[in-house]
Design a protein around this ligand. Sequence first.
Ligand SMILES: Nc1ncnc2c1ncn2[C@@H]1O[C@H](COP(=O)(O)OP(=O)(O)OP(=O)(O)O)[C@@H](O)[C@H]1O
Ligand SMILES: [Mg+2]
Length: 363
Amino acid sequence: MSLSPRFIAFILAFLISLITSSFLAFVEGVSKGMLFVVSIAAFISSFFLVLYTVDILVFREVNKMYRTIHKLKMRDFNLAPRKKLIQESNPLKTINDEIFVYVTKKQKEIDELKKLELFRREFLADVSHEFKTPIFAAQGFIHTLLDGAMDDEKVRERFLRKAANNLDSLDVLVKDLLVLSQMETGDIKMNMAAVDMRLMALNIFGRLENIAKSRNVTLKVKPDELTEVWVKADADRMEQVMLNLIENAIKYGNEGGKVTVQFSEGKKYMEVAVRDTGPGIPHEHLNRIFERFYRVDKSRSKDIGGTGLGLAIVKHILNAHDTKIAVMSKPDKGTTFSFKLEKAFTSAHSEQSEEDFVTQVNS
Ligand SMILES: Nc1ncnc2c1ncn2[C@@H]1O[C@H](COP(=O)(O)OP(=O)(O)OP(=O)(O)O)[C@@H](O)[C@H]1O
Ligand SMILES: [Mg+2]
């Protein structure tokens, strides 16, 4: 039911005139004409009085509050202006709803800020921790050399190499962090062009041949029929993505296992999947592995030499390509990372017959 000021005034005025005329009816000597005049007069005067009180003192004030809240909402949440006032409906309910929406949105904003603050604190702690390890190690080797170990030629070379290795990992760490922060601030522009993902995968297999051989891992590209896989991408950035995914699959997969890069052609998109036959990633870690510095098995991943930034960079690069990375993992069966990229043009199949990369690197 609509609770407009006029409606409220009408009801109250009607009741007041009814009560007044009912009482008057008991007074002796009051004629019907007088009764009629009094009830009309009581109705009109109470109608305007109530209308004034409700409209001026309640509705207008409530409307002012509504407008203020509305303006705050517009400004804080960048909404399009909406002029409608609340004369016709229950103003207190509307204003209550507005306040509720506003408070809920503000609360969400506060929660997000709190999360960001926590994230910032954790990030700072992680960065300092990651920096500390190589800096302390390099510092230790150099001080030991300065304190006298320098005189022994063998020790000198070994310690200098160790110090250099630690400084190299520090360099990798700083570069990765720089890329991440540039991606986050949008400073890195994607240089989109047609890229052959199959050729890229084969090149990366070549670069990682040594570590694959040392772990006796077989590298394959599938399917054989697709000889070229042209997509729209930034070649350098996409190489970073593929390098990390394939390197992870080799490093964290089983010794003697298999790493497959599989392409599946859709109408507009090409799906790229990097699959290994390793121990898999436990379910509870799956959505955290894309966080900066997150490693499933901290000590093991560190032994293998990762900074834990690889997948965070992968996620950002793929976001900049308007796509998302998906991960599927089964314990002891292996892990698959996959994403879709827009095709550059309808794929051309070359006539040359396809061979597994294993045969190409071994030949
Ligand atoms: N294919 C995989 N199988 C099992 N675990 C994986 C796989 N890929 C990633 N992980 C887990 O996810 C963690 C994060 O991977 P990410 O690539 O971000 O870091 P990293 O490889 O340790 O270091 P970086 O890539 O910076 O050298 C790894 O430490 C590992 O524990
Ligand atoms: Mg990695």
